[in-house]
Design a protein around this ligand. Sequence first.
Ligand code: KG4
Ligand code: ZN
Length: 357
Amino acid sequence: MSAAGRGRPAGSLVLALETSCDETAAAVVAGGREVLSSIVSSQVDLHARYGGVVPELAGRAHLERILPVLEEALAAAGLPLPGRRTPGSPLRGPGGAIGAVAATVGPGLVGALLVGISAAKSLALAWGVPFVGVNHLEGHLYASLLEEPELELPAVVLLASGGHTLLVEMDGPGSYRLLGGTVDDAAGEAFDKVARYLGLGYPGGPAIERAALDGDPAAIAFTRPMLDQGLELSFSGLKTAVVHHVRAHPEVATPDVAASFQAAVVDVLVHKALAAAHLVAARSVCLAGGVAANASLRERLTTACAREGRHVFLPSRAMCTDNAAMIAAAAHFRLRRDGPTPLGAGAEPSMGFPQPS
Ligand code: KG4
Ligand code: ZN
């Protein structure tokens, strides 16, 4: 019996693949809670010279990387590799220990999604186990539950990535309610666009964060959009304000612009996360998505929650950015609630946040 299978009921592991954007990822998770392996191959270097993700290149790169990444995830979990299992193994390869194979089905780039979906369906078919299609946004919510099993619920999750900025109330696995979100650009998208305009490179979030270290966050009083308008957010006007300011003051120091812009985004995100927490009497506030890697956001949210006596949980940066462990965890609970996804299901590039059922 494999290391991962030992002491666990047969079929209790979920293998998941994540290929929605520019990270090729595979993970094995036990019981929806215990990460046995999580491998991520980032394509950031491939897309950096174009200043953003090039969908055609992303799809091709996923195709090249998916099998090595999958093999690495199985090996790291102590599972035999497909097609290389020891003859006579009582578990008949990973299929014996793995009870389901999952993949992100949307939202994301269609060509990229299809690589993970096709690979996951093929494995599910070959091993005779269910396929589970997972909503990428739902996946992000599991970052906190995976790293903090004792998370005090209900929690408000601020999911801020390159494609989405959402506020979600979470009562437990599979139980969540969308409270609000951006009406235009996502927070990460604003970081990326402003960084590109300032010539700081891609991805914009880390580039702005680095530049901001040498700047004064109070140098420019950028607008805090929609601060007192419920739980809706907007970042498009802030990005335009940065462009107007730099045009009007070409002598301005780039670090001051970066620091002042970052302060405005962080102010809005912290304010809205706390407003959501008040609204639903949340016991915890959590972060998810790539923007959650931002040190200033992490510090400011921690301080603001401490002031209110509210628990804050900040998942590791690796769990906040795209990974397959969060997809495996979401799949575990989806499978128990809704059963397998039909093999005929395809990619859903514009998939929205899952409706409560
Ligand atoms: O969740 P993610 O890895 O991929 C998506 O699903 O979009 O998020 C990527 C986004 C990018 O827009 C990137 O600029 C932003 O997260 N990001 C950051 C930081 N690191 C990544 N934004 C602000 N500060 C950071 N340190
Ligand atoms: Zn994501």
